[in-house]
Design a protein around this ligand. Structure first.
Ligand code: ADP
Ligand code: ADP
Length: 228
C-alpha cells in the first residue's frame, strides 16, 4: 500500500533529511513511526502527501508513483489519504458539523450523501452532541476527535496521523489510538508518527524507528512492550 524504495530527501546541500530509506507497509497494517526530533519522521509524511518530492528513489502509494504526479493530479491523489495533524487545523468559524461536512463538499459529494454521512461519523467519534459547537467551544480531546472525523469522512484507504496526541492529555492520547485501532480493524491502513514511547509500548504492533534519516529498527512488539 505504501512503499519507499531507496528514498533520499535533501532540503539543501547540507541537510539530508532522509538517506536511502526502504520501507513497505501492506494494506490493513497499523504502523507506528517513532524517533527523536529531527530524525526525518515529518519528512516521510511530506513525501507521502506530495508536499515534497524525493531527491532520489521512488515513493509509491496505492499504486501511484507519487513523485511523478503532475500538479493538477495532486488534489485527487490526496483524497487517498486522511490526515490528522498535531495542531488539529480545524476551521475556527465553522461548527463541528461544517468542519467535517466541508471535507466532503470539496470532493463534490451530493448533499444527500453529506447529510447522511456526517452525522454517522460524528456519532462514531462520540461527537453527536457537539455538532453545533464551534472548535473553541469544545475541549482539546473533542477537537482531536473532530480532526479524526474529518480525516475519516471520505473513507480513505490510508490514515496518516502526525503526532496526533501531541497537544492533548495522556489519557486522551490512548483514546485516540484506540479509535485509530478500531478504524484499522475495519481495513484502513494506519500510519502514526509519535514520540510517545510509553504509549507505543502499551499498544505494541509494528514499530519503525527513524534515526538520522535512516531506519534504525523495524520491529514488532507485543502489547506491553515485549519483543514479538
Ligand atoms: P522529525 O519529524 O523526525 O522531527 P524532520 O523530518 O522534520 O524530522 O527533519 C529531518 C531533518 O531535516 C532535520 O535535520 C531538519 O532540521 C531538516 N529539515 C526539516 N525541514 C526542513 C526544511 N524545510 N529546510 C531545511 N531543513 C529541514
Ligand atoms: P474531555 O475530557 O472530553 O476533553 P473536558 O473534561 O475538557 O472534556 O470538558 C468536559 C465538557 O466540557 C466537554 O463535553 C466539552 O464540550 C465542554 N467544554 C470543554 N471545554 C470547553 C470550552 N472551552 N467551552 C465550552 N465547553 C467546553
Amino acid at each position: 500500500m505504501i512503499e519507499l524504495s531507496h528514498v533520499s530527501l535533501k532540503y539543501d546541500r547540507q541537510t539530508s533529511a532522509l538517506e536511502d530509506v526502504n520501507l513497505s507497509v501492506d494494506e490493513g497494517e497499523f504502523v507506528f513511526i517513532v524517533g527523536p526530533s529531527g530524525a526525518g519522521k515529518s519528512s516521510i509524511i511530506k513525501l507521502l502527501l506530495r508536499e515534497k518530492v524525493a531527491s532520489s528513489g521512488i515513493v509509491t502509494v496505492d499504486g501511484v508513483n507519487v513523485g511523478r504526479l503532475k500538479q493538477r493530479q495532486i488534489p485527487q491523489y490526496r483524497r487517498k489519504l486522511g490526515v490528522v495533524f498535531q495542531d488539529f487545523r480545524l476551521i475556527p468559524n465553522m461548527t463541528v458539523y461544517d468542519n467535517v461536512a466541508f471535507s466532503m463538499r470539496v470532493t463534490d459529494a451530493a448533499n444527500k450523501v453529506i447529510r447522511n454521512r456526517v452525522p454517522y461519523i460524528l456519532n462514531l467519534m462520540g461527537l453527536e452532541k457537539k455538532a453545533k459547537r464551534f472548535p473553541h467551544e469544545i475541549s482539546g480531546g473533542e477537537q482531536q476527535r473532530v480532526a479524526l472525523a474529518r480525516a475519516l469522512v471520505n473513507d480513505p484507504p490510508i490514515i496518516i496521523a502526525d503526532e496526533p496526541t501531541g497537544n492533548i492529555d495522556p489519557e486522551l492520547s490512548y483514546e485516540i489510538v484506540e479509535l485509530l485501532e478500531g478504524i484499522n480493524a475495519c481495513g484502513t491502513t494506519v500510519l502514526m508518527v509519535t514520540h510517545e514511547h510509553e504509549m507505543v509500548h502499551h499498544f505494541g504492533g509494528r514499530i519503525i524507528t527513524i534515526e538520522h534519516g535512516t531506519i534504525a529498527r523495524d520491529e514488532v512488539l507485543k502489547k506491553g512492550g515485549a519483543r514479538g
